[in-house]
Every structure is written in C-alpha cells, then in structure tokens.
Write a protein that binds this ligand. Sequence first.
Ligand code: FAD
Length: 405
Amino acid sequence: AMRAHKGWEQQWTSPEPKSEYDVIIVGAGGHGLATAYYLAKEHGITNVAVLEKGWLGGGNTGRNTTIIRSNYLYDESAGIYEHAVKLWEGLSQDLNYNVMYSARGVMMLAHNIHDVQVFKRHIHANRLNGIDNEWLTPEQVKEFCPPINLSADARYPIIGAALQRRGGTARHDAVAWGYARAAADRGVHIIQNCEVTGVRRAANGAVVGVDTNRGPINAKKVGVVAAGHTSVIMNMADVRMPLESYPLQALVSEPVKPLIPCVIMSNTVHAYISQSDKGEMVIGAGTDQYTSYSQTGGLHIINHTLDAICEMFPVLTRLKMLRSWGGIVDVTPDRSPILAKTPVPGLYVNCGWGTGGFKATPGSGNVFAHTIARDEPHRINAPFTIERFTSGRLIDEAAAAAVAH
Ligand code: FAD
C-alpha cells in the first residue's frame, strides 16, 4: 500500500542560498512564510529568502493549539486580529491549499463576577468594532456544548460565557506548508537547516546581510520573525528587545469520536480545549513561571490544567493522554505584539505574539510585508511599535484579559 505514496512532487524546492537577496526573512514559522508570500504576491518582491535554523514550521507554528478569534478589547488589537480572521476566511482558496479553517465558535467561560464584567465589556467593545461576540447564559452554554459540567458544586462554577461564532481552529502544519508552497511558486527561496548567527551592518549602521552556519548572505532588508528567539537575533544587531521568553505547553489525548463541538477557553482556571478532526482532545496550559529556552515545561503546570479540564468535562476523566510538548513564547510587557521598523535601517521585527499569535498569522504576514516593502507600517500595525514601551502608549491586553491565547 505504501507504494502509492512514492513519487510525490516536492511541495517546495530547497535551493542553495544565493549570495544576495532583496529581503531575508529569519524564521520559517507561519508568520515568516506568510510575510514572504505577501511580499511576492502584493508587492512584487520575489528575490526573497526565508532562512530557518531547523525545519519549516517546527517552532510554535507546529506546537500551538490553533485557537483563532478576534474578540480582543482594544481597537488596535481588534484591528489586527480581525484583519487576520477576514484573511482566514478565504485562505484555503487564496493558497489553493486546504488549511482546514473551521469556524466552530470560541466560547470563553465566566466563573465569577469579574469575568462577567470583563467579558461583557469585551462584547460591547467588539460590537462597536463590527466584530461578532455575544453573551450566553449558562443554559445557552450547555446547549452550545452539551458535555460541559454546569454543576454549582464545581470549584469554579460556570455562570455564563462570551461566544465568538466566527472563531475556531485551523490545521497548523497546513498553514506553514500552504504558505511555503505558494511563496516558493512565486520564486521565494525557502532554506531550512540554515541558522542565522550574526547580523551584518555597514559603517553607517544599516543592515547589509546576515551570517549563517552556511556562510554570509547579503540582503538589502532583513525581517526577523523568530518568535521565542527574537531577542537572541536582535542582540546580534545591538537592539535590546522588551521581551521575555517562556515555555508554554500543550497536550493531546488519544482520539475519540466527535464530542466537543467548539473551542472552550477558561482564563480563570487556565485551561482550553478543542477536538481535532482526528478526534484528539487538544489541550493547552498556561506558561511556566520562569523564563527558559527549553521546549518542555513543568509537569505541575499541565497537571493543574488537566484538573481544570476534568472539572469542566467529567466525561473526559478516564481519557488517556498521548503526547505533551512545549514551545517558547516571546512575551512583551503589555502582551501585544511588535510589528515594526527598528532603530537599525533595513532591519524589521515581527514578534511578541506570546501565547496567542497563531490566529494572527495571515494578518501579521500581510501587514509586515507592507512594512518591509514600503519601509513604513501599514495603518493596522502602525501602533505596534517598539517605542511604545518608552512613550507609554501601550496596548494593554495584559490588563484587559490577563492571558491572551
Ligand atoms: P515560529 O513558528 O516559532 O517560527 C519562528 C521560527 O524561527 C522557528 O521555526 C525557529 O526555528 C526559527 N528561528 C529561531 N532562531 C533562528 C535563527 N537564529 N536562524 C534561523 N531561524 C531561527 N496562538 C494562537 O493564536 N492560538 C493558540 O491556541 C495558541 N496556542 C499555543 C500553544 C502553545 C503550546 C504554544 C507554544 C504557542 C501557542 N500559540 C497560540 C502561540 C503561537 O504558536 C505563536 O504566537 C506563533 O506560532 C508564532 O508564530 P511564528 O510563526 O512567528 O513562530
């Protein structure tokens, strides 16, 4: 039977690096690949290389729980995440690649009066921005997700929820592969096993290229899209980033028949869950409390999450877990991303997505490509500067939501 799987075409080519490109993107995660794709598609810039130290999509893109939503509190955040949701809606057609975007609804549970007030404030703010988000009573929660436990005896009883029906999930690997194939079709070079080890600059300070473990490569512009390792690379250009890198874990169960019809998030008990199309329960935890570059995490963190999942879904108590893993998330002080020019001419940075950047992948790549191509930000990402941490003009989703998956 395996004979049928022989002779498949490569989805993208793996060329040797050239000595010079117009643009180098550091990091072949979803955001980096999307940036390259939109540089080629919308700005006609095709002399582009995406350099990846490991394998394509092997970072947070391939490790996340794929929750997609745009119901953020602040106008700036709503703007960028909604730009992404609109692109998600047509992405499979645009890339001619099934990214399995599934708008099955994201339900955020309220367990106390504070949650109720915060979520209702979000709902009103979202409506003003034309973004769908609605309040559900406990009975409506149960109707939308029948296996949920509404018992008043629960440690944190469920007293309502905010539901974004256009929210949902997508297939993470397909997003990376789809962007990679579509970018390569337009002439972008995707170069795996190529680690950036230095940022090369001219006497006037401007970027002229990078050093890699496969030799130096010249470039007129360099975009750093390296998630948890962003501050390491920016250090090479003497730019100090307002970032801390933390492990964030997730785990999946053995596959079972369709049971959980939507995405459920609880910030208060710190657990979130959805069921993949293969039938696995996909479960996410909170970040570890210490900074680290190891792609694992503390056992007590996932134990705590499973306690919460079992209380919300007693029907899952005897399910076996198959795998757990971690990724490194890059966290800014206000929990909002940075997509911006930097103090170094020709160097651009897209980072700080922390625990919640997968949902932004198409929108982020789209406006970052604009920023690189025109050397000025798009209207949507203009507020997401590095300088906001010195000017004080924060986009404080940290205070708005405490977490932001
Ligand atoms: P990555 O995919 O990490 O890409 C960065 C790439 O840069 C990596 O492939 C890395 O190898 C490469 N790189 C690093 N250093 C170098 C170097 N020196 N040279 C060359 N390449 C280099 N977001 C959501 O929206 N919803 C969720 O449900 C969600 N759940 C998550 C669950 C977990 C467990 C984790 C870890 C993250 C989660 N996220 C979620 C966050 C999301 O995964 C990230 O914000 C997003 O994937 C970042 O995307 P990226 O493509 O920029 O990063």
